[in-house]
Design a protein around this ligand. Structure first.
Ligand code: IVH
Length: 668
C-alpha cells in the first residue's frame, strides 16, 4: 500500500475508532460489538507499524502501552487547583446560603453535583489536542501523569472543536472495577486496596502506564481552569459545552433556585448513594453565574462560591486498649488512642488522636472502655463517644505524663493553652517532626523523604537540622534501609530541586510559630529576602495588614535566636535560595502599560511559561483572557500561534512577540 492510501485509511480509522470509543466510554451506548472495535484498532496499529510517520499523539493506539517513566515531572497549573470548604449538616448549608446572599443579593442559582470520591486531575488541551494531564499536587504544581491519563478511555485525545483549555475533573475507579481488582490481587496474594479512591490514586501514580491501563479507571469533568477561555456565562453552560466537546460529564447535575431545593437534592442522594456504580462522598454546591462567582472570590484555600456537603461518617464500636503520647514539632504532647482494630469506611483503624488532656477528661475516658469511633471527613479517625454503661470494672484511669516520652525533660503547661509541652529544643521528637514539616508539600516539597527515612537519618546521626539535608551524600543514603540506587538518586534530585524554591516555601518550612502558608507568602512578597525579614522590627511587621500582634512577636523572637542565624548561613552556603521569586504586590498599585488592558496569550513562550506570563501581566494590572474578541487590546503570540493570531490579525488587534513582551515587562 502506498503511503497516500494508508494516510486516507488512517484518518478514516481515527474517525471510526473515536466515534465508537466515545459511544462506548462516554455515552455508555456502544453501536458496534467490541470485536469490531478491536479489529479496526488492530488494522490501525498495523498501518502505523508500516508507516510510523502516520502515528500521531492523538491516535487511538496511543492510549495503552508507553514506556515506564523514571519519575513524574512537575506541572504548573494554569490557575491554582483549590479545594472546597465543607458543610456537615443542614445548618452549615443554610449558613453558606446566608453568606452568598449577603454578597450577591437574592438573585442567584446553585448547581448541585455529586462529589465523586476519586482524585482531582487537570487536563490541558491545545488547539483541541490533549497535551498534558496532571495531579493536583500542592494545588499550584502537580505531577505529569499524561501517559496514565491517556489510558482512561473516556478522556478525549482530540476535542470536537480546536479549543485550548485546561479542564478539571475527578478520576475514579468504578465500584465493580474495584471489586474485580481486589479479587485479582487476593488471588495473587498482593495487598488489597482499602477503597476505590486509594485504588484510583495508586493506579495513576504508577510509573508504568501499562498498569494504569489495566485498572479500568474513569473520569467525570466538573470545572474549567479559566472559564474566560470558552466564553460562557454560567457554570452549567460551561459543563454543557464540555459535554459537546466530547468530555464525560455526570448526568445527575441539577440547577437549584434556592437552598431548599439544594437540601432536597442532598437528602435524595444521601439515600440513593448505594445505587450508583461509583462512590461519592458528598454533594458539591456551586453558584451558577460566573460573574457572581468572581464577585464572591476565593480565600487562599477555597472559593467562596462553592461548598462541599460531606455525608455523615460511618460510626463503629471498638475498645480503647491504651493511650500513648507523641511529641510534635512544637513540643506539644498529644495523646493518641490505641484501639482494637476495626474497619471504618473502607480502612482498618487502630489509632485516633485524642487531641489533649481536656478532650479525654470531658469524655470521661478510661483505658479499656468501649468507644464509638468515626472517620472525620471520612479520613481522620476520631473518638466520638465513650460508653461508660458497658464497663466491666477492669478499666483503668488515665493520667498525663509529667516528663517528655521522648527526651524525659519535664513537661510544662503554658498559660492559656490546653496543651502540655516539652520545651527542650534538642528533643529528638521535635527535631524529627520539624524535618518532616520542612520537607512537606506546602514547605520545601521534597519527595521521597517520608517519616521513616527521616527517622533513620536522625537515628544514624546524618541530619540534626534542616540545613544538614543539603549535605547528604549518595554513600550516606545508600546505607539506609530500603534505599536503592534509584531511590537515592531520585531523592538527591528532589533535594537539589528544592534549593530553587521561592522564599515563601522556605519560610513556611522553617516552622515559625503562627506562620502558615498564607502568611509565609505575604511575608515573602513584602520583604523579598530572608535577610530583610530577619532584620524587620515588630512595627514593620505590624504595618502589614494581615500580620497581627501574635505573629509579629513570634517572627521577631524567631529571628533573634543565634541558632537561626547560623542555620540561615548554612542554608545559603548550600545554595538554597532565600529570595522571593514571584512579583511584589505593590507593583499593582502603580500604573503600567498593562493597566486595564485585556491581553491574550497564544502559542508557546520560550523564556517563561504561559502561566508565569499571565501572572506577571496581571500583577501589572492587565487582564489575561483566553479568547480573542474585539475587546482584546493586545495579543502576545509565541511559537506556533494558531487561530487566535489569525483572528487578531483580522480584527486589527495589536500583536506582540515574546521579545516585545520581555521588554515591556522589564520597563515596568
Ligand atoms: S469542584 C474550585 N466538583 O472534591 C472547585 N469538586 O475539595 C474545585 N470533587 O478537590 C472543585 N466531585 O477533587 C468539584 N463535582 C465536583 C467534585 C469535586 C469531586 C473533589 C475534587 C476537589 C474536592 C473538593
Amino acid at each position: 500500500m502506498e503511503i497516500k492510501t494508508a494516510e486516507i485509511r488512517v484518518k478514516e480509522l481515527h474517525q471510526l475508532l473515536n466515534q465508537y470509543g466515545y459511544e462506548y466510554h462516554v455515552l455508555d451506548q456502544p453501536s458496534v460489538p467490541d470485536a469490531e472495535y478491536d479489529r479496526l484498532l488492530q488494522e490501525l496499529s498495523q498501518l502505523e507499524e508500516k508507516f510510523p510517520v502516520l502515528r500521531t499523539p492523538d491516535s487511538p493506539t496511543q492510549r495503552v502501552g508507553g514506556q515506564p517513566l523514571g519519575t513524574f515531572s512537575k506541572v504548573e497549573h494554569l490557575s491554582p487547583m483549590l479545594s472546597l470548604s465543607n458543610a456537615f449538616n443542614e445548618a452549615d448549608l443554610r449558613d453558606f446560603d446566608r453568606r452568598i446572599k449577603q454578597t450577591i443579593g437574592e438573585d442567584y442559582e446553585y448547581v448541585c453535583e455529586l462529589k465523586i470520591d476519586g482524585l482531582a486531575v487537570s487536563l490541558r488541551y491545545e488547539n483541541g489536542l490533549f497535551v498534558q494531564g496532571a495531579t493536583r499536587g500542592d494545588g499550584t504544581v502537580g505531577e505529569d501523569i499524561t501517559a496514565n491519563l491517556k489510558t482512561i478511555r473516556s478522556i478525549p485525545l482530540r476535542l470536537k472543536d480546536a479549543y485550548s483549555l485546561e479542564v478539571r475533573g475527578e478520576a475514579y475507579m468504578p465500584k465493580h472495577s474495584f471489586l474485580k481488582l481486589n479479587e485479582r490481587r487476593k488471588l495473587a496474594e498482593e495487598p488489597l486496596f482499602a477503597n476505590p479512591r486509594n485504588a484510583a490514586a495508586g493506579s495513576l501514580r504508577q510509573l508504568d502506564p501499562r498498569i494504569a491501563a489495566s485498572r479500568n479507571l474513569d473520569i467525570f469533568l466538573y470545572a474549567v481552569a479559566d472559564f474566560g477561555e470558552i466564553g460562557v456565562s454560567t457554570h452549567s453552560e460551561g459543563m454543557q459545552l464540555l459535554e459537546e466537546l466530547g468530555f464525560k460529564m455526570n448526568k445527575e447535575r441539577e440547577v437549584c433556585s434556592n437552598i431548599e431545593q439544594v437540601i432536597s437534592y442532598v437528602e435524595k442522594w444521601e439515600k440513593d448513594r448505594p445505587t450508583l456504580p461509583y462512590e461519592i462522598d458528598g454533594i458539591v454546591i456551586k453558584v451558577n453565574s460566573l460573574e457572581q462567582q468572581q464577585l464572591l472570590g476565593a480565600t487562599a484555600k477555597s472559593p467562596r462560591w462553592s461548598i462541599a456537603y460531606k455525608f455523615p461518617a460511618e460510626e463503629v464500636l471498638t475498645r480503647l486498649i491504651d493511650i500513648t503520647f507523641n511529641v510534635g514539632r512544637t513540643g506539644v504532647v498529644t495523646p493518641t488512642a490505641l484501639l482494637e482494630p476495626v474497619q471504618v469506611a473502607g480502612t482498618t483503624v487502630q489509632r485516633a488522636s485524642l487531641h489533649n488532656e481536656d478532650f479525654i477528661r470531658e469524655k470521661g475516658m478510661m483505658i479499656g472502655d468501649e468507644v464509638v469511633i468515626k472517620k472525620a471527613g471520612d479520613i481522620i479517625p476520631e473518638v466520638v463517644n465513650v460508653l461508660p454503661e458497658r464497663r466491666t470494672g477492669e478499666e483503668k484511669p488515665f493520667s498525663m505524663p509529667t516528663a517528655c516520652p521522648e527526651c524525659e525533660s519535664e513537661l510544662v503547661r503554658i498559660e492559656e493553652e490546653v496543651a502540655l509541652r516539652c520545651i527542650n529544643p534538642k528533643c529528638p521528637a521535635q527535631i524529627r517532626e520539624g524535618l518532616i514539616h520542612f520537607v512537606s508539600r506546602n514547605a520545601m516539597n521534597i519527595e521521597g523523604l517520608g517519616e521513616k527515612v527521616i527517622a533513620q537519618l536522625y537515628h544514624h546521626n546524618l541530619v540534626h537540622d534542616v540545613a544538614d539535608l543539603y549535605q547528604l551524600t549518595k554513600e550516606q543514603l545508600l546505607q539506609l534501609e530500603r534505599m536503592g540506587e534509584k531511590s537515592v538518586s531520585n531523592l538527591l534530585a528532589a533535594i537539589e530541586a528544592s534549593k530553587s524554591n521561592s522564599l515563601e516555601k522556605l519560610l513556611f518550612g522553617l516552622g515559625i510559630r503562627h506562620v502558615g502558608v498564607k502568611a509565609a507568602k505575604i511575608l515573602a512578597e513584602e520583604f523579598e529576602t530572608i535577610d530583610k525579614l530577619a532584620a524587620a522590627a515588630k512595627e514593620d511587621l505590624l504595618s502589614i495588614h494581615e500580620i497581627g500582634e501574635k505573629m509579629a512577636d513570634s517572627i521577631v523572637t524567631f529571628f533573634q535566636k543565634a541558632e537561626v542565624h547560623e542555620l540561615i548561613q548554612e542554608l545559603k552556603a548550600a545554595n538554597v535560595n532565600v529570595e522571593y521569586k514571584g512579583l511584589r504586590r505593590k507593583q499593582v498599585e502603580t500604573e503600567s502599560i498593562f493597566t486595564g488592558k485585556t491581553v491574550v496569550l497564544t502559542g508557546k513562550l520560550e523564556t517563561m511559561t504561559r502561566n508565569e506570563a499571565k501572572e506577571k501581566i496581571e500583577m501589572l494590572g492587565g487582564n489575561v483572557t483566553g479568547s480573542v474578541s474585539k475587546n482584546t487590546d493586545i495579543v502576545i503570540a509565541g511559537i506556533d500561534a494558531g487561530s487566535k493570531l489569525t483572528k487578531a490579525q483580522q480584527l486589527g488587534i495589536e500583536i506582540w512577540d515574546e521579545q516585545k513582551l520581555q521588554e515591556m515587562l522589564k520597563d515596568e
